[in-house]
Design a protein around this ligand. Sequence first.
Ligand code: FAD
Length: 390
Amino acid sequence: PAARKYTGMVEDCCCDYETVDAINEEVLHPILQDLVKLPFFRYFKVKLWCDCPFWPDDGMCRLRDCSVCECPENEFPEQFKKPYNGLSPDSMICQEGKPQAAVDKTLDSRVFKGWVETDNPWTNDDETDNAEMTYVNLQLNPERYTGYTGDSARRIWDSIYKENCPKYPSEDMCREKKALYKLISGLHSSISVHIAYDYLLDESTNLWGQNLPLLYDRVLKYPERVQNLYFTYLFVLRAVTKATDYLEQAEYNTGNPEDDLKTQSLVKQLLYNPKLRTACPLPFDEAKLWQGENGPELKQEIQKQFRNISAIMDCVGCEKCRLWGKLQVLGLGTALKILFSVDGDSHLNQPLQLQRNEVIALFNLLNRLSESVKFVHEKGSSIEEVIKQQ
Ligand code: FAD
């Protein structure tokens, strides 16, 4: 095999490249691939038709492949239609004020209290507002090449980078801003990798396949983009492992006991995998952030920037790109919420509460990043030879 191009620690993380590739390929990738196919994880609730708050919409898509097919009402699980799995939000909120609630908490802080509808402070959408939400079967709408390019796509990325997370010019940029930039850049790399992985090679014959020159030109040629992909992967993985207690207890209920048991078992296999726990016990160390004097203000500022990024997703002019853009930004927002919970205004550590849709976004994002890391690792060391020969 060709020599490894990336060695040593992933910048600003706590695991090295070799370990990340090993745990990804041996543990996470196979589990996640199975997990996202199960009913609980394949139906994502999303508001796809929002007005773009920034520019009049001009981003029309060239290919039919841009459009998303929604699920008919009878397709997605019955449980998803009921917002709270039988528990009213009031009953849960009220518990907080009652004396027995204190007992509950001290006896078993790990007990999962049912899915709630809470707003994510890192995103622009109001997640508690169900109006105009539709369910999309993600398995029928894979993230791949759509033909969405040109000024509209460029304007979105430019505005994300320029207005919200300018590339760190030098050492004087603080860790936190650098982390936000790297998260977005890593997500951007992952989107490009998926375009290269599943590309329309010949429109006349509808031939789809890998486009390795594109993978090279957009991602592999720039070591920083590869590094940021690994960074984002480890960041999201850390959020998942940090939420272990919550995710282990959660109800993966879709009305089909066989599927639901499988979901629960795969989630546990992932969270408690001995190889993951020993080889990379702390993928990212969030305790190092927000330590400076201006930590709280900085957190607010960065939260606002991330919310702006999430609002920009409504301006993505191709429906399928918008779907995956919104899902992955919600996934990142969920990771940010878990790691820097929960209230952006204070350092109060509220107990973690996640919405079902946040968990769906989080695992689907981790799966996408895991696919990208795998493809980059497989092609990374050999591709330069291939490109030179062409
Ligand atoms: P772009 O990818 O548009 O990049 C623009 C500029 O950003 C580059 O010139 C470079 O300066 C910088 N840049 C590129 N990558 C990075 C990085 N990793 N880190 C830092 N800076 C970088 N197209 C599809 O075919 N399928 C999709 O599913 C899809 N989803 C999308 C989702 C979103 C949210 C957005 C905004 C766009 C999506 N697109 C999708 C479009 C796609 O991302 C590209 O914009 C498009 O293919 C044109 O690519 P490009 O070569 O012009 O460079």
